[in-house]
Design a protein around this ligand. Structure first.
Ligand SMILES: [Zn+2]
Length: 112
């Protein structure tokens, strides 16, 4: 696909995908899955969330192809669907917390 623009329905789909990440709880689930495969129950434990809430979010994240689930025995292990999604997140995390962007540290006068 050429990157010279998106159809309106593609823009809507992209917005929907980013919108999934706009929920802090859901985003925290994605971040937990960034570097490893982890069973749903462990995600819930780690984040202090109920199993039913986690499975609700996992369902949405799988449907959006951000995470994938793989059944092993009685557990389903979750991980990033592919490197693209992980890279997008890594880039944004670096952008926010590591990069020194010119101008980003300028004081906002009048904020106080
Ligand atoms: Zn940056």
């Amino acid at each position: 696909m050429r990157n010279d623009g998106l159809q309106p329905d593609q823009t809507a789909q992209l917005a929907e995908t980013f919108g999934l990440l706009a929920d802090p709880t859901r985003l925290s689930i994605v971040v937990v899955c960034m570097e490893r495969e982890i069973p749903a129950g462990d995600i819930a434990d780690e984040l202090g969330l109920s199993a039913s809430l986690v499975s609700h979010h996992l369902r949405l994240l799988r449907a959006a192809r951000m995470l994938r689930g793989e059944r092993r025995g009685k557990q389903v292990f979750y991980s990033m669907a592919d490197a693209c999604v992980r890279d997008v997140l890594k880039i944004m995390i670096d952008h926010l917390f590591i990069h020194e962007h010119g101008g980003s540290d300028e004081p906002h006068e009048g904020d106080d």
